[in-house]
Design a protein around this ligand. Structure first.
Ligand code: COI
Length: 359
């Protein structure tokens, strides 16, 4: 992996203060002492690799990202194991997706070497910021954006890449509690040929109006359907979805181009397969899902992603229906898969796929 020289940090957080901060942090609110930064110029490529003190970025008001949203990001976690070692989960998969996202937004793809090198350099530098409580991790956020001051709409000539690290607790507070989801039928997250498969900020911005409508109806999350027909299940605002049938087989929406190819999604397909559960990737009609829940054919529904791991879903709501399942309790297979995946990530369950990377 590439090397990122470390700059001095003259104002590090004291040991005592840091220990207090990382004991029980919320999700995404606290940041470690340092960050990675690197710059790309059209003529010279990537340069100025460094780990430097965390702090505000100086950005020209004309920076293209502020106007045309050329930005992509990743999310992955550093896990503390009971022997004191620190590990990442499938960072090579994040590196690959970051490249695909960058290409879609006409940003320069970052090599896997630079991606892994930068993430590892920051984790090593801020290793004392990795929380040690179960389900608490150092959430890593690599991101890239067009920084050149130019108001013409074009592929950027200057781009910045950063990695920041956030000691974080569970994405949803209050334990593994099933969530209600609002099935949005008016505003879509993306469309055919759009940016759905790319992890770009715009997709998340576009999800918020749906999430707002959901919250007006008492729902914690929003679920989007396909923009072309308004009938097929796609994903939540920031998580993929799975359905468990009563015979034990699973279904998840296929990667049509408008769905984010989740690393957790991909891993659960393999984990469920290991245990003899068939997993079908298909186009799932919302009307079929509702009917299958009502008839008892579908017994569990859950969402998954890096931040929230696996979150059970107990209710689907729209202005046309309100369907509950599982009597407000998390499903059995849902919880089993969650424990298995988390077990691998925490070094408690054997990592037969070689997914874990020691930092
Ligand atoms: C994840 O890391 O799971 C994400 O998709 C980012 C999230 C905070 C929306």
């Amino acid at each position: 992996a590439a090397t990122f020289p470390v700059e001095a940090n003259v104002h590090p957080t004291s040991d005592e203060q840091r220990e207090a901060l990382i004991d029980k942090p919320a999700f995404g609110q606290l940041f470690s002492d340092n960050m990675v930064r690197m710059t790309w110029e059209q003529d010279t490529g990537w340069s100025q690799r460094k780990v430097m003190p965390y702090g505000p970025l100086q950005l020209d008001p004309a920076a293209a990202v502020l106007h045309y949203a050329q930005e992509v990001f990743e999310g992955l976690k550093a896990y503390y194991h009971s022997d004191g070692s620190i590990w990442l989960f499938r960072p090579d998969a994040n590196a690959e997706r970051f490249q695909n996202s960058a290409r879609r937004l006409s940003l320069p793809p970052l090599s896997t070497d630079d991606f892994l090198g930068s993430v590892a350099a920051l984790v090593q530098r801020d290793v004392t910021w990795v929380p040690r409580r179960r389900e608490y991790t150092l959430y890593l956020r690599p991101f890239m954006f067009a920084s050149e001051p130019y108001l013409g709409v074009r592929a950027p000539h200057q781009v910045d890449y950063c990695v920041i690290a956030s000691p974080s607790g569970p994405y949803f507070t209050g334990g593994v509690k099933p969530v209600s989801i609002w099935v949005e039928n008016r505003w879509f997250r993306t469309g055919p040929g759009g940016t759905g498969f790319a992890k770009c900020g715009g997709n998340y911005a576009a999800s918020l109006v749906g999430e707002g409508r959901g919250s007006e109806h008492g729902c914690e999350q929003v679920c989007f359907v396909d923009a072309a027909t308004g009938t097929y299940l796609e994903e939540l605002g920031g998580m993929n979805m799975f359905i468990v049938h009563k015979d034990g087989h699973l279904e998840t929406p296929s990667l049509t181009g408008s769905i984010l190819p989740g690393v957790t999604r991909r891993s659960l397909i393999e984990l469920a397969g290991d245990e003899g559960h068939e997993v079908v990737e298909s186009m799932i009609k919302m009307s079929d899902l509702l009917e299958d829940i009502r008839s008892g054919e579908v017994t569990e529904v859950f969402a998954c992603g890096t931040a929230a791991i696996i979150t059970p879903i107990s209710r689907l709501v729209s202005d046309e229906f309100d369907v509950s399942l599982g009597e407000g309790q998390p499903g059995q297979l849902t919880m089993h898969l969650r424990e298995r995946l988390l077990g691998i990530q925490l070094g408690e369950v054997e990592d037969t796929h070689d997914w874990m990377w020691r930092v």
